[in-house]
Design a binder for this molecule. Structure first.
Ligand SMILES: CC(C)(COP(=O)(O)OP(=O)(O)OC[C@H]1O[C@@H](n2cnc3c(N)ncnc32)[C@H](O)[C@@H]1OP(=O)(O)O)[C@@H](O)C(=O)NCCC(=O)NCCS
Length: 132
């Protein structure tokens, strides 16, 4: 687990890099947790679909932590990697960092969570994930 104020040291490129808009925030300028969850779900889905080589769905979100707020104008980077592969499911570890460009030149870990995705077939039924 990375420390809350650690620099971005992930070896791989971010799956998503984006900047939240005012419409994604409340009246105080804090970005809604649901917006961040959505970005994490999208990033995790990309990585899970690549690993499963096909369609996946989110079945659970475990150990979700919101460490720091995200503000309008922050550069948001979402990192995701396969942490565990089961028979049909995959645990995807997802970490979100922000670069607070407006106030300081700092990069912070703002959220982390383990999203569980299941590989599904054309009928929406679980299908085995091939061994790597
Ligand atoms: C995902 C889904 C296909 C699984 O169907 P299911 O009949 O529960 O399948 P199973 O019981 O065989 O479980 C399949 C795998 O998911 C895992 N799983 C199921 N529920 C889980 C949970 N709450 N937490 C963690 N893993 C879970 C099982 O352990 C199993 O993993 P394994 O094959 O690696 O051992 C079904 O629950 C579903 O369609 N859910 C809705 C998904 C969705 O729409 N997501 C988007 C939300 S908007």
């Amino acid at each position: 687990m990375a420390t809350m104020a650690s620099k971005i040291t992930q070896p791989n490129n971010a799956v998503i890099r984006t900047v939240p808009r005012p419409a994604d925030s409340n009246a105080s300028g804090d970005i809604f947790g649901g917006w961040i969850l959505s970005q994490m779900d999208i990033a995790g889905g990309v990585v899970a679909a690549e690993r499963a080589q096909g369609r996946v769905v989110t079945v659970a979100i475990d150990a979700m932590r919101f460490h720091q707020p995200v503000y309008v104008g922050d550069l948001v980077s979402v990192f995701a990697h396969v942490a565990k592969v089961g028979r049909t499911s995959m645990d995807i570890q997802i970490d979100t960092y922000v670069h607070r460009r407006r106030t300081a030149d700092e990069e912070l870990l703002v959220t982390e969570g383990t999203f569980v995705f299941v590989a599904i077939d054309e009928d929406g039924k679980p299908r085995p994930v091939d061994e790597a």
